[in-house]
Write a protein that binds this ligand. Structure first.
Ligand code: NCD
Length: 472
């Protein structure tokens, strides 16, 4: 027997256990996790003494803008950034141009992204109401990981790009869908058994409140939140829960930002409804008052809210309401982000800083290393049904590994980021706990911060319908 790799003397971390073991890799798969010395030649021996070896981290929420506005980002850059940041699989959002709205565009996107990928990737499918209701089942057959609906967003009629600052009456725009149509989308997706994931902000309320704020000339961050408050998220979350109860769909709330939303979601979970929720680093590490130092870079939708919201979100990370943490990597250029808070687009880079920020939280004792394995690997893989290959260290699954040095201390520095855009809220943020090696199906794509063996990423489609993951 010849081994492709052995990762030796590392501390292996799973959602449940932490133990010393060696990992043997053969043909891109995990062959054994053992304390015994196995016979056979070893092509590459990786000394992980003093390091932690995790199942490869997964980022289920990235927008690479490719094809589309690739002047902001493209898949070559976003997956190199992923590799650099310890991420072995990304899930690419479907709001590209063309979007992933039908089976033909799924195939096109598969080929287009695979030619550039440095880590493995799954594809989201988009729900565009009556515009693609016949395409939902074929997209499921093709292997989308889940369906995304930008609830509360208007999209451009030709490019399908999101209108960040939509106003009724704008031309060439598909306005936000009405509740009846959302209900029908849920019924449709329920038929596939896949997750229906929503951006949750109520556009009616946002129109009224931003109208009021703009009329009085409000330009501060507090004004932005006054226009898109907690209530905007809560209304949509609650409507989603009630429609999910009626349709049986597996509802997933994307990037939750408000404590009150989590109370509603927790209550729905306690009822036994198949409802899950994720959050992102900006809702865990930032709060409204950081705007004074960080500025417009931190404008995202839904907006980062109060310190009280942040604390409540942490509680729901700890008690398992929140299934996983992902980045909502949504780059825009420096120039685009340099304007009035109202006019600029929402979103910032995140795929490369996700794991360092979450590991830093473990260094600070906010979560355990087992929680990190649960939140960045096991749960996302189970939720979307790729756990037969990803998110685990079970022999026979893909040899996707993230090796971490919990003693490494360094600040995040914008100029070190691999994305096209370097817009981040975390420039200068001190981190203790860094990924030092990223391995995808046995190939080392990052070692000590340097990229290696890039460009070999592959599409991963679900092997099962996935599990509704919440609770501990
Ligand atoms: C996202 C983007 O730019 O694609 N922006 C953001 O602020 N989160 C879209 C979205 O998820 O709202």
């Amino acid at each position: 027997m010849a081994w492709q790799k052995r990762i030796k003397n590392g501390t292996v971390v799973t959602a449940k256990d932490t133990f010393l073991a060696d990992i043997y890799v053969s043909d891109g798969k995990i062959a054994a996790v053992t304390t015994e010395e196995l016979a056979g030649e070893i092509d590459e021996d990786v000394d992980a003494t003093g390091k932690f070896v995790f199942p490869g981290f997964i980022d289920t929420h990235i927008h690479s803008r490719d094809p589309g506005p690739t002047y902001k980002e493209d898949f070559t850059h976003s997956t190199q950034a992923a590799a650099a940041g310890g991420i072995t699989t990304v899930f690419e959002m479907p709001n590209t141009n063309p979007p992933v709205n039908n089976a033909a565009n799924f195939d096109r996107q598969h080929a287009h992204l695979e030619a550039q990928a440095s880590v493995d990737f799954a594809l989201w499918g988009i729900c565009l109401g009556h515009l693609n209701e016949m395409d939902i089942a074929p997209l499921d057959d093709k292997g989308v990981a889940a369906f995304k609906f930008f609830w509360g967003y208007a999209v451009h009629e030709e490019t399908y790009q999101l209108m960040y600052n939509y106003k009724p009456g704008m031309e060439k725009v598909i306005p936000p869908f009405h509740d009846g149509e959302v209900y029908k989308m849920m019924q449709n997706v329920a038929g596939t058994g896949r997750v229906f994931a929503v951006h949750a902000e109520n556009n009616d309320l946002i129109q009224t409140l931003t109208g009021e704020v703009e009329a009085r000339g409000g330009t501060t961050y507090d004004d932005l939140i006054a226009g898109r408050p907690q209530l905007a998220e809560v209304l949509t979350v609650q409507a989603g829960i009630d429609m999910a109860r009626a349709t049986g769909v597996r509802l997933h709330i994307l990037h939750v930002s408000a404590g009150e939303s989590l109370k509603r979601i927790r209550a729905a979970q306690n009822e036994g409804l198949p409802i899950t929720v994720e959050t992102c680093p900006h809702y865990l590490f930032l709060a409204a008052e950081d705007y004074d130092t960080i500025g417009a870079k931190m404008k995202v939708y839904p907006p980062v809210k109060t310190a009280a919201d942040r604390e409540e979100i942490w509680q729901h990370v700890a008690n398992g309401t929140i299934s996983h943490i992902c980045s909502d990597h949504a780059p825009h250029t420096e120039e685009e982000k340099d304007g009035s808070l109202w006019e600029i687009p929402a979103g910032m880079c995140g795929v490369e800083t996700l794991a360092p920020l979450v590991l830093n939280a473990a260094s600070e004792g906010k979560i355990s290393l087992n929680d990190v394995a649960r939140l960045l690997a096991e749960n996302p893989a189970r939720l979307f049904g790729v756990d037969d290959r990803k998110g685990t260290l079970v022999p026979g699954t893909d040899a996707d590994l993230t090796i971490v040095d919990m003693l490494k201390e360094a600040p995040i520095q914008r100029e070190n980021l691999h994305s096209k855009s370097k817009v981040t809220a975390y420039d200068g943020f001190d981190v203790k706990g860094w990924p030092v090696m990223t391995i995808v199906r046995g190939n080392t794509v990052m070692q000590d911060g340097d990229l290696r063996e890039t460009g070999r990423g592959q599409l991963v489609t679900p092997g099962n319908k996935g599990a509704t993951v919440y609770g501990l």
